[in-house]
Design a protein around this ligand. Structure first.
Ligand code: ADP
Ligand code: MG
Ligand code: MG
Length: 947
């Protein structure tokens, strides 16, 4: 029999995979003596089982859950469904990785008409009666929404109607009688929607609620969130069942959320919000504006004192910034959740540095704790300082997620998506956001809300996505219906331009120009640590000197891919290039190519200059020629004149370039096979440029790497390589200079992988072009896949876009095979990757594991790749140290300690050898002495580590 249910006392923080993050941390907090209402967790494996059983909870799981209820009743001295001392519970989701707001929670479960009546009868205080009905109406609403999927809105409308009828603004102003009436209305609504009575048996309620949480793992917004955050569907969610504590009991009660450090800036100060006489999501949902945590100190001194103590305990225990959900029930503090707090990239870096300085973490641990994907936001533009200073803000909200955003105002998530799809930059402006808005939020440059604090849905989700967000700007006079709002006397309509500053919270009319980001301060410090640990080199994909310079600033150690064709599109060269394409003879072509040569050479010189002697990989012409030919009549006429041909002739030539399947057509090295003179010209341009730059900088070792694309057969490479070396050697000899160069190939056709042992003999390097390799391996094109991939996600055939996240099972296997075949026949062969995957953290980790020498990615992804490469190296060392679980991973040994240990081991070996020559007794005594010494050393080491 499997164990499906764990009491909080049976778990710990290391059991996250089985108990989910929430369950594991509730157990851990229990273990370290924090005030947690005692309940139990149904495992993530039970969730997987639920899906295996065809979306049913089997009897074994349900029996164990009911046994858990029984134990919970004993611990808490209350009974489920009891009329004297009823136990109410919450049923909460909680996956391995935090998925804020994506799944569902039900509060106050166990209530029914009898329990309500009995509770009220047992306590004559009218305030208590109000509390009971408040809990009841909340329960019916949540149960209906989450479990029975009757929309929340029906109930919200009833609440609004009641508030209107009673002339009050907030739900707290409703009386016991109002709430009682509401509960009745809710039950009636339930019956109207579902045609049956609200279930009154608490056991039935519980079973349905557990089922609903399991089911919520598969809801659409959770699926989108998982895809964005690399969370596998197979993980499942756990369910936590625990006794309710009541923040809505009276004015001595309330509920709050807090961070032990500022999640936006990383500053070391308690941040949070608290709402009096409230329950659950009230703080986050923005039903009333919560008070800042500092004000809680004045109004709830005891609970606040206790709370700050708990925060310190948590930081010292977990050695990280924590995000906490808590409730005060009649002045007593209860902890309901803690987890590593989501933070902005800026805060993540600041906190990582602070944790190292405070002695909580080693440098390697600090590097390992930063999500590389987050860095992206820091690398996005910020407002131009001068322009920002000159601008006058119209209003101010909370700087909820930093960064700069400008664009056109939209009022709905759908509109944001639609506009973004058209390439428009938009800022989503809402009263408040809800989980349904997530795709629209992702599409927007920034998010601006009227209501909600630093922990509102908009704020939390935006921070997670790295999107700029200003929340809670109450000065906005919103008219959602007519799609307009007024702020600071200015009226904004749909399409009006707006700029928001997620750091200061300022809001401006119009577009404020932005500037690129740089690596400085804590960012630089963490990147320097990362560089100490990584083995993979990081290069960049850059076609222009500007990109190359930017990439160098961001730490690129070379160019891994320069696409030469991009250089041909510029106005001054496209004409010559077209003349080259529309040539009938080699001679004609050579005349045109001679015109292009100086341009190419000039481009390459600038690239070599920008890279300051670091390697530069230049790929020869790759795309099908038809991409370059003119389509406009005027251009065709111009070309005809230049070529001394009729426009009809030119048109005929253009037509002849048409291909049914250009991506698999006349392109890549096939162009050099048919037109060797193109390869010759490009070789001359590369080598002449290198010679010139080498001459100028004698202290650099300029070493061009010429890369032949789309090779599938070694003889293709041989034949083109001969053209390249003949041309290059002649140029070098003529210049009378010493210059090294390499000729290698892209690996992007499965046949090249399969025959890598042959190709490697003729190549100085391989570079995986994983965009084409993915396309050719899957057999669908990147440009068309978008149309059907959505259906693939929905039917769970794919969890990710293989063009964004490397398919390790298929494409990855080809890569591994290529390395295994290639390296032994050519030990000098260096191997890299230059597809978009080169900047995707999980793909970088894979590249490290299979032994690539470098990854190459777009300039702004260079820091991401550097960090991901370091994390891969750190994780690998930890794995090698010992493979006995998460705790052991922490005992990562740095290089210095490792050297010391090795030295000690060598000495021990010498002593042992010497002992072997002694008498048996002496040897035995000596060995025991050695062992004792060793044990003591290990113990001492462990102790220093634990500090
Ligand atoms: P999420 O994962 O979306 O944060 P939770 O399961 O944490 O959802 O529940 C949301 C909120 O409900 C909590 O922050 C807390 O305020 C409230 N809550 C959950 N369980 C209890 C409980 N046993 N007693 C009181 N409030 C609870
Ligand atoms: Mg929570
Ligand atoms: Mg390619």
């Amino acid at each position: 029999m499997s164990k499906w249910v764990y009491m909080f006392t049976e778990g710990n923080a290391g059991m996250r995979n089985l108990l989910g993050g929430k369950g594991a941390n509730l157990a851990e907090m229990t273990n370290i003596g924090l005030p947690v209402p005692q309940g139990f967790t149904i495992t993530t494996e039970a969730c997987t089982q639920y899906y295996k059983d065809g979306r049913k909870i089997n009897d074994e799981i349900m029996d164990q859950a009911m046994a858990g209820v029984k134990k919970m009743e004993e611990i808490n001295g209350k009974k489920f469904g009891d009329l004297k001392n009823p136990l109410l519970v919450s049923v909460r989701s909680g996956a391995r990785a935090s998925m804020p707001g994506m799944m569902d929670t039900i509060l106050n479960l166990g209530l029914n008409d009898e329990v309500v009546a009995a509770m009220i009868a047992g306590n004559p205080d009218p305030k208590f009666e109000r509390f009971v009905y408040d809990s009841y109406r909340r329960f019916i609403q949540m149960f209906s929404d989450v479990v029975m999927e009757v929309g929340k809105k029906y109930f919200e409308q009833l609440i609004d109607k009641m508030k209107d009828a009673k002339g009050v603004q907030y739900d707290v102003d409703l009386t016991a009688a109002d709430l009682k009436e509401l509960a009745e209305q809710f039950k009636a609504e339930y019956k109207k929607q579902l045609g049956e009575d609200f279930p009154s048996d608490p056991v039935v309620q519980l079973k349905l609620a557990i089922e609903a949480v399991f089911r919520s793992w598969d809801n659409p917004r959770a699926n989108v969130y998982r895809r964005d955050n690399d969370i596998p569907y197979s993980w499942g969610t756990a369910v936590n069942v625990m006794p309710m504590v009541f923040g809505n009991l009276n004015d001595e009660s309330g509920t709050g959320v807090a961070f032990t450090r500022d999640p936006a800036t990383g500053e070391k100060k308690l941040m949070g919000e608290f709402l009096k006489n409230a329950q659950g999501e009230d703080v986050v949902a923005g039903v009333r504006t919560p008070m800042p945590i500092s004000q809680m100190e004045q109004e709830f001194p005891e609970a606040y004192g206790e709370f700050t103590k708990v925060c310190d305990i948590l930081e010292n225990h977990y050695h990280d910034m924590h995000d906490i959900e808590f409730t005060v029930d009649n002045k007593t503090l209860y902890m309901l959740q803690c987890r590593n707090g989501t933070r902005t990239a800026q805060a993540a870096l600041k906190i990582a540095c602070a944790l190292v300085d405070e002695g909580h973490k080693t440098e390697a641990e600090a590097v390992a704790m930063i999500d590389p994907r987050n860095l992206d936001t820091l690398l996005h533009p910020q407002f131009d300082a001068a322009a920002l200073k000159a601008a006058t803000p119209l209003g101010k909200g909370l700087g909820a997620s930093p960064g700069a955003a400008c664009g056109k105002v939209v009022f709905s998530a759908d509109e944001a998506e639609a506009q973004a799809a058209k390439g428009e930059k938009v800022v989503l402006v809402r009263l408040e956001t809800s989980p349904e808005d997530i795709t629209g939020m992702k599409a927007a440059q920034g998010i601006l809300t009227v209501r909600g604090g630093m922990t509102s849905h908009a704020a939390v989700v935006a921070r997670g996505m790295g999107t700029c967000c200003v929340s809670g700007c109450g000065d906005i006079d919103m008219d959602e219906e007519n799609k307009k709002f007024v702020l600071g006397g200015v009226t904004f309509n749909e399409g009006s331009e707006i700029s928001i500053d997620g750091t200061t919270g300022n809001i401006y009319a119009g577009i404020i120009p932005t500037v690129d980001a740089t690596i400085a301060g804590e960012f630089g410090r963490v990147m320097a640590w990362a560089d100490k640990y990584r083995r993979l080199k990081v290069r960049t994909n850059a076609d222009t000197p500007t990109d190359a310079k930017k990439a160098r600033e961001l730490g690129a150690e070379g160019i891994g891919l320069c696409r030469t064709e991009h250089m041909f599109f510029e106005a001054d060269r496209i004409a010559a290039f077209r003349e080259m394409i529309c040539s009938d003879t080699v001679e004609e072509r050579e005349v045109a190519l001679d015109k292009i040569l100086p341009y190419q050479q000039g481009d390459f010189e600038q690239l070599f200059e920008a890279l300051e002697g670091n390697p530069v990989t230049i790929r020869f012409l790759d795309p099908p020629l038809h991409e370059f030919v003119p389509t406009e009549d005027a251009d065709i006429k111009k070309l005809a004149e230049a070529k001394n041909k009729s426009t009809d002739e030119i048109k005929r030539m253009i037509d002849s370039l048409h291909e049914f399947n250009p991506m698999m057509g006349h392109r890549g090295c096939r162009l050099a096979v048919t037109y060797p003179e193109i390869a010759k010209m490009q070789t001359k341009a590369v080598i002449r440029a290198a010679i010139n730059v080498q001459k100028k900088h004698s202290d650099w070792a300029v070493k061009p790497e010429i890369m032949i694309p789309l090779v599938c057969e070694v003889k293709e490479l041989e034949s083109i390589k001969k053209i390249v070396t003949d041309t290059a050697d002649a140029e070098i000899e003529a210049a009378g200079i010493k210059l090294d160069y390499e000729v290698g190939t892209m690996i992007e056709i499965p046949r090249a992988c399969l025959t890598a042992d042959e190709i490697a003999k003729n190549a100085d390097f391989f570079c995986f072009g994983t965009n084409d390799l993915t396309q050719m391996t899957f057999g669908f094109s990147r440009d068309d896949a978008g149309k059907f991939l959505q259906a693939y996600y929905e039917s769970k055939i794919f969890e990710n876009d293989p063009f964004a996240k490397l398919d390790q099972n298929g494409v990855g296997k080809l890569m591994e095979m290529t390395i295994k075949l290639g390296k032994p026949v050519n030990p000098k062969l260096h191997i890299g990757i230059c597809g978009e995957h080169g900047g995707d953290p999980s793909s970088v980790e894979f590249c490290h594991r299979i032994g690539l020498d470098y990854v190459s990615c777009s300039p702004f992804r260079v820091p991401i790749a550097r960090l991901a490469a370091a994390q891969a190296a750190i994780a690998e060392k930890a794995d090698k140290g010992c493979n006995c679980g998460d705790d052991a991973k922490k005992s990562f040994v740095d290089d210095e300690t490792k050297a010391k240990l090795e030295e000690a081991a060598k000495k021990a070996e010498e002593i042992a050898k010497e002992l072997a020559n002694q008498s048996a007794d002496v040897a035995k005594a000596g060995l025991e002495g050695l062992k004792a010494g060793f044990d003591a050393a290990v113990k001492a080491y462990k102790e220093t580590r634990n500090k």
